[in-house]
Design a protein around this ligand. Structure first.
Ligand code: ATP
Length: 330
């Protein structure tokens, strides 16, 4: 469990992290989301004792990082996958980490196996692809078999296969009961990976909730209805003060949408009470992208000329993907 209370970091006039309080619980993947410059990396560095808070503090199972006896056995982190010396092999890099942290020698082979690098373990790390480097970084984070894991943008630049591998691996670590905090810009990926979200903007907490609650609260839900008695049902629902709209949907003809945070039960019961036939009754949720844009709106650091790039990066999952929640790939 990671617990931040009133965490604040100032660099001169810049307030990078501003009175941030949150909890990261074990057994789940928690996504750490925020626009560029929101303070995600600074927060992660403070969790790992690499930066000192200006005020407030952050603890791992009740202890500050610097007070941990053998930190790697408690917390593992992947901040920058490319910091490994290019002439070192994965095995010698991990062996050096293990020796300098007084970890058992057999931990090296264990983590190489876990991340699937055993067959290339003696090759120079400088010749590794980005995906392999990320795996090596994750192996380093796992070396001390820690309960708490932090990953800063682990899927940046990876191909689809690498992204799925990381997602599956994060789920596995959480299923083992570990606390997993992952920062990312890629909203579609976070919608599939993270069950919980901590969303920040300009260093401040915007939301902490489950991914589903975040999407529902920010973008609301709509009930979609297909019925041969469209106008009759719209009339019945309007009498109940519900907001309806009718749209032409490709290959489906006219479809009725009922706005507001209501359940399909309410619409189904209203239809049944008036003997109205239904062909479809579906709850539609917004996307994580819509929710994120709405919630972080004025906390975004980029300006108009950056927006296209930023929006492209914030790929939207489909409503169905969000509704399905984090996927199990294993
Ligand atoms: N060492 C530093 N000195 C001065 N300002 C800094 C320093 N590190 C971070 N900042 C500033 O603090 C703010 C938060 O930066 P941080 O890198 O933590 O954000 P981030 O959410 O990780 O952003 P990104 O997603 O773009 O990496 C930014 O305005 C950044 O310019």
């Amino acid at each position: 469990m990671i617990e931040a209370k009133g965490l604040t970091k100032r660099y001169g006039a810049t307030v990078a992290v501003d009175n941030l309080s949150f909890e990261v619980k074990p057994g789940k993947v928690t996504g750490f989301l925020g626009p560029n410059g929101a303070g995600k990396s600074t927060t992660m560095r403070m969790i790992l004792g690499l930066d000192t808070p200006t005020s407030g503090d952050v603890r791992i199972d009740g202890q500050r990082y610097r007070d941990l006896h053998q930190p790697l056995t408690k917390v593992g982190a992947l901040l920058d996958a490319k910091w490994v010396h290019p002439n070192r092999s994965a095995r010698s890099h991990l062996a050096w980490m293990a020796a300098s942290n007084k970890l058992p020698k057999d931990s090296v082979d264990k983590v190489l196996e876990m991340v699937g690098l055993t067959t290339v373990a003696n090759k120079r790390a400088g010749a590794y692809s980005l995906g392999m480097s990320q795996r090596l970084g994750i192996a380093g984070a796992l070396l001390g078999d820690p309960e708490v894991l932090l990953f800063d943008e682990p899927v940046n630049g990876l191909d689809p296969e690498g992204i799925v591998w990381i997602r599956t691996f994060m789920h596995r670590l959480a299923d083992e009961g570990r606390t997993v905090l992952v920062s990312s810009h890629l909203l579609s990926e976070m919608a599939l990976t993270a069950e919980e979200l901590i969303v920040i903007g300009r260093g401040r907490l915007i939301a902490q909730s489950t991914t589903q609650e975040f999407v529902d609260r920010a973008s609301g839900t709509t009930v979609k209805v297909r019925t041969p008695q469209l106008d009759q049902l719209a009339g019945v629902l309007q009498q109940q003060q519900l907001v309806t709209r009718i749209e032409d949907v490709e290959d489906q003809g006219k479809v009725l949408f009922v706005e507001g945070d209501l359940s399909t039960d309410q619409v189904g019961e209203a239809a049944a009470a008036h003997g109205i036939v239904l062909h479809e009754l579906t709850l539609q949720r917004g996307s994580l992208e819509q929710a994120f844009m709405q919630m972080t709106g004025d906390s975004v650091e980029y300006h108009a000329h950056d927006e296209v790039a930023a929006v492209t990066q914030l790929e939207a999952p489909t409503a169905a993907e969000v509704a399905a929640g984090p996927k199990e790939d294993n």
